[in-house]
Structure formats: structure tokens, C-alpha cells
Design a protein around this ligand. Structure first.
Ligand code: ATP
Ligand code: MG
Length: 268
């Protein structure tokens, strides 16, 4: 298994995202409690933690779908006040959820361009150009993709994920949030989404990957961030930690007492 390039090499570029002291409360629940987190170009950051740790809330805040009570978000160095998913999308932030927001009765091109349809110069939908563009993007992602005219309800979970990823690529996403993208997929489809993540990372896209599968985390991520009861309890280069270290952070909220950073490149 090939390890990702050291994240430190990529951190010479300015950060794509800086989240500082983010807070989100629901009545007495501190869903996100003073979390600071950053993301660099070409970096895959795994966001881990038990159910209810606050991962999705934090990601929804960055995607503009949830407004924080406190905190500052910078995108490419500029402070932003994200109010809607549309606003986040305009800044190059796209989100892919486990339950994809695809319109089941529409085909792949209609879904790829949903809400951002291509029009002819007379203002009509340009179906031909949307089909050509869809073929072009999908070919790049998965040459075996067929059934472009069928409603996406007839596609497998993996094929639906490909459409969601194609949408992100077509609209030139810079920051991709993937909240458990493979939770509903079988092994071969999970592997395919993993390959796509590697491809996007090579193109300099920064990715937050919320994931419960430790194998996928160690296969795909440059860095892991662990949340525990709304707090960030660790952010580590993947080469500095073992699976047991990460499990300790998830379960106990701290590293093992005898932890020292592992040697870079050491076998896990
Ligand atoms: N809209 C909401 N209203 C009230 N409480 C909420 C809301 N959304 C999340 N919460 C609460 O905030 C906390 C964090 O939830 P969140 O969905 O971020 O967890 P998570 O880490 O994504 O968990 P999972 O692994 O189960 O997806 C939980 O206690 C949850 O019940
Ligand atoms: Mg969640």
C-alpha cells in the first residue's frame, strides 16, 4: 500500500481553509465546542470521532448549511461569513454526503447541472451541450460509466457518487467535504471512490473526509483530526500515528500515555 506524500510538504502553500474557535450549541448541547481546523491544497484530512462527536455539524458549518454561534472562517486567507450552501459553492466549497442530494427521476447530465443548467443563447436548456460535457467529465473519472440517459434512481450507489464527484470537478471545486461518502457502498465501489479521492488530491483539491473506516483513513488521508464530544482532541500527520493511537483519541479523547510521534514512513 503506497502512503500519501507527507502533508508537511504541502503545507508550504497558504491554507485553503482556516476555521478558528468554531462553536455550535443546541440548547444545552455543545455540538461543536471551540474547534480550530485548517486545510491545505492537495491535502486529505480525515475527520474522525464517535457518533455525535460533532463532525457533521462542523462540516455543515463549512458548507454554509449551518450557521455557527461563534468563530471565524477564512477561505484562501479572506474572512467569510457563510450563510448558505450557495454562498459556499461560489467560493469553491462543495459537499458530498452519504445520502446524495440527487434528483432520482433525472438522468446524469440533468443531475450534474442541477441548479446550474447550461442554456442556449436563446435561453433554452442546452441538453446537447450538457450531455457532451457530462460525457467528458465522467470519462475522466470512470471510463466504464454508461446509462447516461437513465434516471439516476437506476444507478448503483457508486455510480451516484461518481456523478456527485463529477459535479464537484466540473464546477472547479477547490475544497471538497465528503461526509461518509462510502458508508452505503460495497467494497469495489468504495475502492473506486478511494481512487477518485486520490485523483482529486493530485489536482490540488483540499478534502475533508468524514470516515469511520480506519483502513480507508490510513489509505487515503494525509492527516487525521479527531473530535470527541464537540472538541478537537488531536490533529496529526498520518505518518506520526498508528491505528491504536487514533482509536485512543476517538475513545478516550487522548493519545496513549507513552505516545511519541512515530517515525515518518514507519510501517503501520
Ligand atoms: N439540528 C440539530 N438540532 C439539535 N441537535 C443537533 C442538530 N444537529 C446535530 N445535533 C446534535 O449535535 C451533536 C453532534 O452531532 P453531529 O451530527 O455533528 O455528530 P457526528 O459526529 O456527525 O455523528 P455521526 O458519526 O453519528 O454522524 C449530537 O449530539 C447531535 O444530536
Ligand atoms: Mg455525521
Amino acid at each position: 500500500m503506497s502512503q500519501p506524500a507527507p502533508a508537511a510538504a504541502q503545507q508550504t502553500a497558504p491554507p485553503l481553509v482556516q476555521m478558528e474557535n468554531i462553536e455550535k450549541h443546541f440548547g444545552g448541547i455543545n455540538a461543536v465546542n471551540g474547534v480550530s481546523l485548517d486545510l491545505y491544497p492537495g491535502e486529505v484530512v480525515g475527520v474522525l470521532g464517535h457518533n455525535g462527536a460533532g463532525k457533521s455539524c462542523l462540516m455543515r458549518i463549512l458548507s454554509g448549511a449551518m450557521i455557527p454561534n461563534e468563530g471565524t472562517i477564512r477561505v484562501r486567507g479572506e474572512v467569510v461569513n457563510l450563510q448558505t450552501p450557495h454562498h459556499a459553492r461560489d467560493l469553491g466549497i462543495e459537499t458530498i454526503y452519504q445520502t446524495l442530494a440527487l434528483a432520482d427521476h433525472l438522468n446524469a447530465p440533468a443531475n450534474l447541472f442541477l441548479g446550474r443548467e447550461l442554456k442556449t443563447r436563446f435561453g433554452n436548456l442546452d441538453d446537447a451541450r450538457m450531455m457532451t460535457e457530462t460525457v467528458r467529465v465522467l470519462k475522466k473519472l470512470n471510463p466504464n460509466f454508461k446509462n447516461l440517459n437513465d434516471p439516476v434512481s437506476s444507478l448503483s450507489g457508486g455510480q451516484r457518487q461518481v456523478i456527485a464527484i463529477a459535479r464537484a470537478i466540473y464546477f472547479n471545486v477547490k475544497i471538497l467535504i465528503m461526509d461518509e461518502p462510502t458508508a452505503a457502498l460495497g467494497p469495489s465501489e468504495t475502492a473506486m471512490v478511494g481512487d477518485l479521492i486520490k485523483q482529486l488530491r493530485k489536482e490540488g483539491i483540499g478534502i475533508f473526509l468524514v470516515c469511520h473506516d480506519m483502513h480507508d483513513v490510513f489509505e487515503l488521508c494525509d492527516r487525521v483530526v479527531v473530535m470527541n464530544k464537540g472538541t478537537c482532541v488531536g490533529s496529526h500527520d498520518i505518518l506520526d500515528v498508528t491505528k491504536d493511537d487514533v482509536l485512543s483519541l476517538i475513545i478516550k479523547g487522548e493519545l496513549p500515555a507513552d505516545w511519541v510521534p512515530r517515525n515518518r514512513g514507519k510501517e503501520q
